[in-house]
Design a protein around this ligand. Structure first.
Ligand code: ATP
Length: 236
């Protein structure tokens, strides 16, 4: 059984059909990527999975349960965390306070402390800056904080929406290294990216979206080698 199974999903905003009959799955332990141009429907799919947008038709199963009508907070409590596009750290709160917000559902203080230690080991920059206002971090640091905050909830499935967007090349590589590291530690990842090259090179499998529809799927390596993908997304 797949950890996440999206079946015949359609999402509309009024007259705009942003997602059209999309089906895909994510198995436990995988990094799966959805790639596609601006407006292809990637974010709409993620927001529908995490319960922030309701589908017009289709179903979403997570850990064997249908969740397309379940409240977002209940989905998070069941171990599904999303890092939205554009970071969204809480300004006016320190790095430490932002991380603590990620763990608000877990009342086990010892567990949270151990988890925080792991996150600081993975993101040493966050530990150095733990007392700094999150709003004053650089873009790359804010991305790390948003990922660290999501990891504080110890997710089984992490949804990442364009984590490399707007970052300098050195940070981009670091973010993708961290995604691989997160997978190694046992978290399953659904990654949305416009940086198709990087996303496919670390993904087990991928799906290509065009104007709301899946037009290609395969292993990361297969898609990287596909002429169609190279022409449309890799500039070659
Ligand atoms: P990007 O890579 O640019 O973030 P995306 O693939 O994530 O794009 P979506 O954000 O899912 O694409 O948008 C898909 C389509 O749905 C777009 O045409 C967008 O304008 C439209 N859309 C998204 N959200 C809304 C909304 N709240 N109301 C109306 N239309 C929307």
């Amino acid at each position: 059984m797949a950890m996440l199974e999206v079946k015949n999903l359609s999402v509309s905003y009024g007259a705009i059909e942003a997602v059209k009959d999309v089906s895909f799955e994510v198995n436990e332990g995988e990094v799966v990527t959805l790639i596609g141009a601006n407006g292809a429907g990637k974010t709409s799919i993620l927001r529908t999975i995490s319960g922030l947008v309701r589908p017009s038709s289709g179903s979403i199963s997570y850990l064997g349960n249908k969740i397309q009508k379940v409240p977002a907070r209940k989905i998070v409590a069941d171990g599904l965390a999303q890092v939205p596009e554009g970071r969204h750290v809480f300004p006016g709160l320190t790095v430490m306070e932002n991380l603590e917000m990620g763990a608000f559902l877990n009342k086990n203080k010892e567990e949270n402390k151990a988890n925080l230690k792991k996150i600081f080991a993975r993101f040493p920059r966050l530990e150095e800056r733990k007392n700094q206002d999150a709003a004053t971090l650089s873009g790359g640091e804010q991305q790390m904080l948003a990922m660290g905050r999501a990891l504080m909830s110890k997710p089984k499935l992490l949804l990442l929406d364009e984590p490399s967007m707007g970052l300098a090349p050195i940070f981009i590589q670091e973010i993708f290294d961290i995604v691989q590291d997160i997978q190694k530690q046992g978290t399953t990842v659904l990654l949305i990216e416009q940086n198709a090259n990087k996303a496919l090179s670390i993904a087990d499998r991928g799906y290509v979206l065009e104007t709301g529809k899946i037009v290609l799927s395969g292993t990361g390596q297969e898609l990287l080698a596909s002429e169609e993908v190279r022409k449309a997304y890799l500039g070659g």
